[in-house]
Write a protein of this length. Structure first.
Length: 255
């Protein structure tokens, strides 16, 4: 039951479809509310934010009229979402360098330069690069190191940048996350290798890049680190458990 200022309520259990318009953060709030209240309703998304990563991943048009048309004529699919220490996220939990600049880079630059805009904006932070010592576990594997960037994703787009991760490895309903970890390089040559691998979408080309898939990821850091969930500040955590909730979300995708 959702209460309004006049004291009257609205029982969302009686609805078959909830239409949400806004950015990825707004959609996150709606999905989180439905999950917390155990509302098994179909969600239709009309993207009107600045980044709209999720809309791109599920094929929803950026044009408002086309997106509204898709609400009525799209295909309903069940796809995965994530649980981050009890909080829900749609497509990415991230920490480290670039996670802030990826959402502050001007959209015009992204459109013109693609991955390069992401890199150029992030280079502004190079003098401030810090790494976080941690253990990362997933799917019977364990990594330990000093990482300057970590992404746990279920998306074709992160921070407005299309296909940052290898597209052939990504499925939105396979019960697994794509996990990207980048260690802090010790010199400019190693940084160049990392940048080159990201631009070429060849994550196996750089020794400092780790990429794997897993349904569950545990991260234990030496201290608290700031996280981003679906492009919004997600608080500071030292120990994190991230679970893939397979096919938990029913949403209208492209027609």
């Amino acid at each position: 039951m959702v209460e309004y200022a006049d004291g009257q309520g609205l029982d969302l259990h009686t609805f078959d479809l909830v239409v949400c318009s806004g950015g990825d953060g707004t959609l996150n709030l709606i999905v989180s509310f439905c999950q917390e209240k155990k509302l098994d309703v179909t969600i239709a998304y009309v993207p009107s934010g600045s980044t709209n990563d999720y809309a791109y991943s599920i094929g929803i048009p950026g044009n408002m009229d086309a997106a509204l048309y898709n609400t009525l004529n799209g295909t309903v699919r069940r796809i995965d979402i994530g649980n981050f220490n009890g909080r829900y996220f749609l497509y990415v939990a991230a920490f480290g360098i670039f996670t802030k600049t990826s959402y502050s880079t001007p959209q015009k630059s992204k459109n013109l330069l693609g991955h390069m805009a992401y890199i150029l904006e992030g280079i502004k932070q190079l003098s401030e690069i810090r790494s976080y010592h941690m253990k990362v576990m997933g799917c019977n594997i364990e990594y330990e190191g000093d990482y300057m960037l970590g992404l746990v994703t279920n998306s074709l787009s992160v921070g407005g940048f299309k296909n940052l991760l290898p597209r052939e490895n990504i499925a939105l309903d396979d019960g697994e996350f794509e996990v990207l970890l980048i260690q802090k390089p010790s010199n400019l040559a190693e940084m160049h290798g990392i940048i080159s691998a990201l631009l070429k979408e060849r994550l196996d080309d750089a020794a400092y890049i780790t990429f794997f898939k897993a349904p569950k990821v545990e991260i234990h850091a030496a201290g608290k680190i700031a996280w981003t969930l679906d492009g919004e500040y997600g608080g500071e955590e030292q120990d994190v458990e991230i679970l893939n909730m397979e096919k938990r979300l029913e949403i209208v995708c492209e027609r």
